[in-house]
Structures are given as structure tokens and as C-alpha cells.
Design a protein around this ligand. Structure first.
Ligand code: ADP
Ligand code: MG
Length: 287
């Protein structure tokens, strides 16, 4: 597999199999159904889709928490099915989950961030260097001596991100990291993710419900019933307001407003992504 690819997913199908006490199969749920996907190193990509569309199941294949029923997943060129690769895959692709309370285990912020590298057998001196750089990268260095219990949701989530960064991953998968946060916390976390991408060059996979969060991505994938039904740049995706509505997904508020104005006969372009673009489109409009 070529080395500029961070992730390569080929014809991935995953089935959850439910069994009774005797081990007989009671039911099969196909959660991911024939997915092909590629992510280049250094990209920021987003995955959208309503509840149950298979996003988390797909994401868990990216750091070998789940393995394909059919098809193949390569992470940085390593086939996740090869048991020799599991450690490298898990270390190379970190994961941040929804609930920061389940991810923080340390009594003190800096201690918590140090757990990952400690488990990797990193020498103590280097652990402290990594803890410092990771906390600085998410803007939480000044809280290093604090108890995580007293932090806000957004701050806790940034500490869990620092814990992942401290393991020096090439890629971070964020599975709805802002779902339990207030608008301020959401902004903090997305800002941190963008900085890791832009400054550190870490590949980012962001799974989210919030349309406003995906407009910074290089590429967006939309899932429905275990399949990828749309893919493109945010502008290409948000140009298709009606199709997104069919998939029970919204669009950013400005995009919707622009779409409504367009429907009422105003000649403005498709896929407006932010307020500034809408203002410029309206200014350029000739009556
Ligand atoms: P999403 O993250 O998009 O909400 P999931 O990947 O969590 O979707 O779930 C996809 C489908 O798989 C859903 O129908 C869900 O009910 C089912 N599913 C998820 N986890 C399990 C599990 N552990 N056992 C059985 N079915 C599951
Ligand atoms: Mg999920």
C-alpha cells in the first residue's frame, strides 16, 4: 500500500452477530455494508450520518477495535487483520470518544496525560516532555496540576485529546467528541482538532452531528444504512440541501438561509458555507 495514504478501506462489511446462551445465531445486523474509503496523510475529513448509520462501527476499524467481517482495512499501510500489526495500528491511530468522563482516569491532569506513553514504555523524562507539549497543543498546560473533576466539559475533552497526542499518533479519530458539550466547549474542541491538523500535520477523522463543524474539512463522507451515500468537499455536500434533508441531516444555518433565498428566486451560488460568503453573494447580487 502506498505510504501517502493514512487509511485505506476496501469493500468493508461488518456484521454484529447476536447469539443465545447455546451460541446459536439469533440475529445478524450489518452495520457497515461494502464501504470503500481513502484518507491521505495530513487530511482533515469528516463523517456525517444520523444515529445508527454505522459511523462508530466504521471508526472502530481504524484503530483495530473491530475487525472486518469482509473486506480490508489498512492503517498507514498496515493490514489491521494481521495480528502483528495491532500494536502499531492502535498507537498510530488514536481515538477520542463522546464522553470525556469515561476517558479521564488520572487524579491530576498531567498524570492522566502521561498514562498512554507510560503504558508504551516510554522513558520517564520523555513522558514529561510529551505531557508538556501535548497539554500546550490543546491549550491546557496551565491546568496541569489541577484535578480533572473541576474542569468544564470542553476542558476535560481537551485533556483526553492531550492524552491521545502524548502517544504521538499519526491520525486521530474523533467520534462525536462534542456531543456532550455546550457551544463553548464544542468550539474549544474543534479549534484544538484544527490546530493539530494545521500545526502538527496530524490526520483528523471527525465524526459529528453538527454541520457547522465539518465546513473546515478537506472532504466529507455521508453515511446511511452502513453505506457511504455522498462524498465531496463541504461545499459540494452542502450544495445538496434537499438530499441531505432526505437523509435526515441538516445543513449549516447560513447554508439553509442561502438555499431558501435561492428558492425564492435570488441568483446566489450553491453551497454557501459561512456568513461572510452569504454577505458577499448578496452584495454581488444585481437587482
Ligand atoms: P452510529 O455511530 O452512526 O450511530 P453505530 O455504528 O453505532 O452507528 O451502529 C450501527 C448499527 O449497528 C446500528 O443499527 C446499531 O444498533 C448496531 N450496533 C451498534 N453496536 C452494536 C452492538 N454492539 N451489537 C449489536 N448491534 C450494534
Ligand atoms: Mg456513533
Amino acid at each position: 500500500m502506498s505510504s501517502e495514504k493514512m487509511l485505506q478501506v476496501e469493500n468493508l462489511t461488518f456484521e454484529y452477530i447476536r447469539r443465545d446462551e447455546e451460541g446459536n445465531v439469533e440475529g445478524i445486523k450489518t452495520a457497515v455494508d461494502g464501504v470503500d474509503l481513502e484518507v491521505n496523510k495530513g487530511e482533515f475529513i469528516s463523517i456525517l450520518g444520523h444515529n445508527g448509520s454505522g459511523k462508530s462501527t466504521l471508526a472502530k476499524h481504524f484503530n483495530a477495535l473491530l475487525f472486518p467481517t469482509e473486506g480490508t482495512v489498512w492503517v498507514d499501510g498496515l493490514n489491521t487483520m494481521d495480528s502483528q500489526n495491532i500494536w502499531d495500528v492502535r498507537q498510530g491511530a488514536g481515538m477520542v470518544f463522546q464522553n470525556p468522563d469515561n476517558q479521564i482516569i488520572g487524579q491530576v491532569v498531567e498524570e492522566d496525560v502521561g498514562f498512554g506513553p507510560e503504558n508504551m514504555g516510554i522513558p520517564t523524562e520523555e513522558i514529561w516532555e510529551r505531557v508538556e507539549e501535548s497539554l500546550k497543543a490543546v491549550g491546557m498546560y496551565e491546568y496541569r496540576k489541577n484535578s480533572p473533576n473541576h474542569l468544564s466539559g470542553g476542558q476535560k475533552q481537551r485533556v483526553s485529546i492531550a492524552g491521545v497526542i502524548a502517544m504521538h499518533p499519526k491520525c486521530i479519530i474523533f467520534d462525536e467528541p462534542t456531543a456532550m458539550l455546550d457551544p463553548n466547549g464544542r468550539k474549544e474542541v474543534i479549534r484544538a482538532a484544527r490546530a493539530l491538523n494545521e500545526v502538527e500535520g496530524i490526520t483528523i477523522i471527525l465524526i459529528t452531528h453538527y454541520m457547522e463543524e465539518v465546513i473546515y474539512s478537506d472532504k466529507v463522507f455521508v453515511m446511511d444504512k452502513g453505506k457511504i451515500t455522498m462524498q465531496g468537499t463541504p461545499r459540494e455536500i452542502f450544495s445538496q440541501v434537499d438530499k441531505l434533508k432526505e437523509l435526515r441531516l441538516g445543513v449549516p444555518q447560513v447554508t439553509l438561509l442561502a438555499h431558501e433565498l435561492q428558492k425564492r428566486g435570488l441568483n446566489i451560488p450553491n453551497g454557501i458555507l459561512d456568513r461572510k460568503e452569504l454577505i458577499n453573494a448578496i452584495k454581488a447580487y444585481r437587482y
